[in-house]
Design a protein around this ligand. Structure first.
Ligand code: DMJ
Length: 455
């Protein structure tokens, strides 16, 4: 018995030594190049699937080899989200194909109400970046047309946007909104103002976002849902996950992009509260839990794929050490279950939502951690994550989400953010830093690079 225990201890010691060794082991330029080539090939494979089975639609359904269109007419979500990734990766043929499709077919005169947040972060952002990268004014005309059609969403008593707006009539619906869907319009509408010279987009988005900030709790936290007509919070759950996440992200990034100090002040106030109230320190790393926004009482211990973004944001905004601890937790979540699940309970160490929909946030944080520290450890993390996606999500038509990370069973979807974000971060971790200069551009929540032009 004691002998067995000795062997076990020696084995686990050896195992941890080899992990430590691997974390610090050199990651050569050759290895970086090899990873970049793998990601490029994966991007071409996924695009080929879209071309063969979903040409002109929003998304590819990779298992049935059919297509998905979100509304009555396609908005070409995949090509618009993918265009700048193709350009950054040097995939000129693919970029040309996407551009031709977008400029010949995209039309926003659709008899449908659309979700303002999703359409803004994927399409408005994608078109604005396409314009900044490529210079073709037709991209800008499309972006302006879309921005104008979305603008009536801000016509509420408080200035916070409704969740849905009709693209032809401007009719709004769904007044119970959330900080993420309210705040994550600032970079896109602000950029549209800076490019067109018309301030109305910037002002509308800022008014809505600042309403949320001005109605934070005495603990400087926000809740999960707010009524855009009355301004009352209707759900007091506070955390950094779904429905809140990118509100914080856009406060910091809007400051970087526009140099408007109001955003910096708001971010600093919230970020201090996030660090004070939402972090759980464990021996696996620092996870983030849920609290009541008014009392600070802990009400949940779940963590997941979306929350993983905060390590990168925290480090990028100046606190590398906290970012490092949270990235430990992120990587634990990825490796413990084969691939990260959508959500797990970090206290019980069990999965609560087993799917993986090709989300980027864990890779995104590894990318920021690598850029900020230069430590090989984050390249090794990136390699593990990228390789597991390539090994387990690929099929003959593209890449598929997983229904269950523990069994690797696939499900029939390939979200456009796989192109816009996941493949982009997968490439950027290993690519020369000059591929994307973080002093010259700010990446939106959908990883579309926006040029920093302060005026
Ligand atoms: C993306 O559309 C954006 O990153 C958004 O902020 C959160 N969800 C997805 C990716 O997971």
């Amino acid at each position: 018995m004691r002998k067995n225990r000795f062997i076990l201890t020696a084995f686990s010691l050896l195992f941890s030594v080899s992990i430590v060794a691997q974390k610090d082991a050199p990651f050569t330029d050759e290895m970086k190049k090899e990873m970049c080539n793998k990601v490029k090939e994966a991007t071409q494979h996924a695009w080929k699937g879209y071309k063969d089975y979903a040409w002109g639609a929003d998304d590819l359904k990779p298992l049935t080899k059919t297509s998905k269109t979100w509304y009555k007419q396609s908005m070409l979500t995949t090509p618009v989200d993918a265009f700048d990734t193709f350009t950054l990766l040097g995939l000129t043929t693919e970029a040309k194909e996407a551009k031709e499709l977008i400029l010949s077919k995209l039309n926003f005169n659709i008899d449908n109400d659309v979700q303002v947040f999703e359409i803004t972060i994927r399409l408005l952002a994608g078109l604005l970046t396409a314009y900044e990268m490529d210079g073709d004014k037709k991209f800008l005309a499309l972006a302006k047309d879309l921005g104008d059609r979305l603008m009536p969403a801000f016509n509420s008593k408080t200035g916070m946007p409704y969740r849905y707006v009709h693209l032809q009539t401007g009719k709004t619906r769904d007044g119970i909104n959330n900080p993420a869907e309210i705040g994550t319009l600032m970079m896109e509408f602000g950029k549209l103002s800076k490019i067109t010279g018309d301030k109305k987009y910037y002002e509308a988005a800022k008014k809505g976002m600042m309403y949320v900030y001005d109605h934070r709790s005495t603990l400087d936290l926000v809740g999960e849902q707010i009524d855009v007509e009355t301004g009352n919070w209707v759900n007091a759950r506070s955390h950094i996950g779904a429905y809140i996440d990118s509100y914080y992200e856009y406060l910091y990034k809007s400051w970087l992009l526009f140099g408007d100090k109001d955003f910096k002040t708001a971010f600093d106030v919230h970020n201090a509260a996030i660090k004070k109230h939402l972090i759980s320190k464990t021996d696996k790393g620092w996870f983030m839990h849920q609290v009541d926004m008014n009392t600070g009482k802990q009400i949940g211990t779940t963590y997941g794929a979306l929350e993983a973004f905060y390590a990168g944001l925290c480090a990028f905004s100046g606190d590398v050490e906290t970012g490092r601890q949270i990235q430990e937790a992120n990587y634990y979540m990825w490796t413990k279950f084969n691939i990260e699940p959508e959500e797990f309970d970090f206290k019980a160490d069990t999965i609560t939502s087993a799917y993986y929909i090709l989300r980027p946030e864990n890779l995104e944080s590894a990318f920021y951690m690598y850029r900020l520290t230069g430590e090989n450890k984050y390249l090794w993390q990136g390699k593990t994550m990228v390789q597991s996606i390539l090994d387990h999500c690929r099929n003959d038509a593209g890449f598929a989400s997983l229904k269950n990370v523990q069994t690797y069973e696939k499900t029939n979807s390939m979200e456009s953010f796989f192109f816009g974000e996941t493949l982009k971060y997968a490439y950027l971790i290993f690519a020369p830093q000059s591929t994307l200069d973080l002093k010259k551009v700010v990446l939106t929540t959908e990883a579309h690079p926006f040029k920093i032009i302060k005026k």
